[in-house]
Design a protein around this ligand. Structure first.
Ligand code: 8Y4
Length: 259
């Protein structure tokens, strides 16, 4: 899964169309590098980020989804928690809803179930604005696993089919360094469940803390964590540097026998 941010700080502000063209070109590059899924996000979920209005989020993501859908066979994913965005994205051709709030927003469960899209249910402790202030767990892996099992059961009860679901432990979302490292070390306990696991570790701050590198220089650390996750059964990796990640996961898959 390649990351395509369509927040205003991601692409040029030389008029709306210039930003759209650049975003679509970047999405097509990710697909050309081997991403099977392009994750289009118009709301920043970084710690402390400001919430985005519905109108702004729709205006950012819908044209990009439509254009990518027309120009590429890749599955287009929409990174959103808003039911209105889920509905509009599905109409525009999205095949996956990537929700960091795991369909907990009012109306999101029904919107996702009616959309026909697959859904990725992610764990987050707290809300983006405050989640990194004092994350706390007695047993991070057990608590994340229990949350994901509960949200998958709720999603199935709302009408989503078992084969429409993915779960994600949500690295960095209300987790400190120790929590992130423990979760990754114990990832088998989550991938052992019935629902395929997606992970997002690319460029995250644990890599910055461990290597001292700025976000754009974290590719080697990101690839190492992607390999560790897939070696423990993760099925989809969300990545900024798709070419490097795809090569690493091709050789990883050959060794572990996943094909
Ligand atoms: C530098 C660059 C530092 C990016 C931090 C970040 C996930 C996700 C995000 C994830 C799923 C991010 C939308 C955070 N992370 N969706 N989204 N799983 N499913 N931070 O881990 O990339 S955004």
């Amino acid at each position: 899964m390649g990351v395509l941010n369509v927040t205003p700080d991601s692409f040029s502000d030389g008029g709306r169309y210039a930003g759209l063209e650049e975003a679509v070109a970047h999405g097509l590059r990710l697909a050309g590098e081997g991403a099977a899924i392009i994750d289009v996000g118009g709301e920043s979920t970084r710690p402390g980020a400001q919430p985005v209005s519905l109108a702004d989020e729709l205006a950012r993501v819908v044209p990009v989804i439509e254009a990518l859908r027309k120009a590429s066979p890749a599955i287009v994913s929409v990174d959103t928690s808003k039911p209105e965005v889920m509905r509009a994205a599905a109409r525009a051709g999205a095949g996956l809803i990537n929700d960091v709030r795991a369909l907990r927003a009012p109306g999101a469960l029904a919107a996702a179930a009616a959309s026909g899209c697959a859904v990725c249910l992610m764990h987050m402790q707290g809300e983006p604005a405050t989640m990194q202030q004092a994350p706390h767990y007695a047993d991070v892996t057990a608590e994340v696993r229990a949350f994901l099992e509960e949200r998958a059961a709720v999603a199935r009860a709302a009408g989503l089919a078992p084969d429409q679901l993915l779960v994600d432990p949500g690295f960095g979302f209300g987790k400190n360094m120790t929590h992130n490292l423990t979760l990754l070390r114990e990832l088998r306990s989550i991938t052992a469940g019935a629902v395929p696991v997606l992970v997002g570790l690319s460029r995250k701050s644990l890599i910055g803390t461990l290597t001292g590198k700025a976000a754009a220089e974290r590719v080697h650390g990101s690839v190492a964590l992607a390999v560790l996750a897939v070696a423990q059964g993760a099925r989809i990796v969300r990545a900024h540097e798709v070419a490097a990640t795809v090569d690493a996961l091709k050789v990883t898959a050959a060794v572990i026998g996943g094909g």
